[in-house]
Design a protein around this ligand. Structure first.
Ligand code: SAM
Length: 276
């Protein structure tokens, strides 16, 4: 057993190393996420929550259920709890400035086709949509399609509801908050239809086949690939490239990068890559 194993939690259960290795294998095979050695305590506490809810006291029993129900049922909740979904409105704001400067001028009445891949609870695509509405006359809001996908049902449920607690909306400029959100009696904020109708949410596993057709102007896949190994990252970027229009862009998170020339891109700004 690893020294990093946490204290028993689900009715005295402890995550044995063999079970931890099984979790790592299952999650890597299914969604490409590499859970590092040393994350036993984190995995144990996240799975223990599910086990408490289901009244299961042993990790190996829980993993048997996971494997028998894969890819449905409890397997989906297993994936939900093991993904990391941290996000915020206007995160890494330089990218939105880049879009305003370099992409808006190319639209000129064209349909807008963008993809937020790994959109978590919706803050990223909502930021894109609000900014675009602010861009005004150059853009026909009815011809905007922002596809926003994630593997986790939990975050997609929040995204589809469009409701955010007060502490989540702090980075939204004050006038946009008043204009594009309704302040609900319980203190939370609900995004208005004008914004949400520009976004199509869906569950999509980036590590699986995609029922998508090409010609996106850009694909934003930020702070997602950081959890993937190099081979999975490169496979994904190659697939993104096929779905981009000529000169289209991929946005990665600021701590992520790619071997641009080898993958058919050039690096045009921090974590921004243009298809060549
Ligand atoms: C840290 S969040 C990033 C959210 C947003 N892009 C941002 O930068 O703020 C990473 C998201 O990637 C999703 N994700 C991880 N593996 C995935 C996969 N194989 N397919 C689709 N989404 C995945 C997670 O569920 C999570 O919501």
């Amino acid at each position: 057993m690893s020294l990093l194993t946490a204290q028993p939690s689900a009715k005295g259960a402890t995550l044995q190393n063999a079970d931890f290795q099984k979790v790592r294998r299952i999650i890597f095979d299914y969604c490409g996420i590499s859970i590092n050695e040393g994350k036993e305590a984190l995995v144990q506490s996240r799975l223990a929550k599910r086990m408490r809810l289901l009244g299961i006291s042993s990790f190996s029993d829980y993993l048997e259920i996971i494997e028998s129900e894969r890819p449905n049922g409890e397997f989906l909740s297993f994936v939900d709890v093991l993904t990391t979904n941290k996000t915020s409105f206007y995160r890494e704001n330089k990218h939105f400035e880049f879009i305003e400067k370099h992409i808006y001028p190319t639209l000129n009445g064209r349909s807008v086709k963008w993809w937020s891949a790994g959109c978590s609870s919706g803050e990223e695509p909502i930021t894109l949509a609000m900014n675009l509405l602010e861009a005004g006359s150059n853009v026909n809001a009815r011809s905007v399609k922002i596809l926003a996908t994630d593997i986790s049902r939990d975050v997609l449920q929040i995204a589809k509801s469009g409701v955010y607690a007060q502490h989540k909306v702090g980075d939204i400029p004050g006038n946009y908050l008043g204009k594009y959100f309704t302040h609900l009696p319980d203190g939370s904020y609900k995004v208005k239809d004008e914004v949400s109708r520009m976004i199509t949410y869906g569950r999509l596993n980036l590590n699986d086949r995609w029922p998508l057709k090409g010609d996106f102007q850009f694909i934003m896949c930020r702070n997602v690939m950081i959890y993937f190994n190099r081979a999975t990252q490169e496979k994904l970027i190659t697939k993104f490239r096929d779905l981009l229009e000529p000169n289209g862009y991929v946005f990665l998170g600021h701590s992520e990068s790619m071997n641009a020339p080898a993958l058919g891109f050039k690096n045009v700004a921090p974590a921004v890559y243009q298809k060549i």
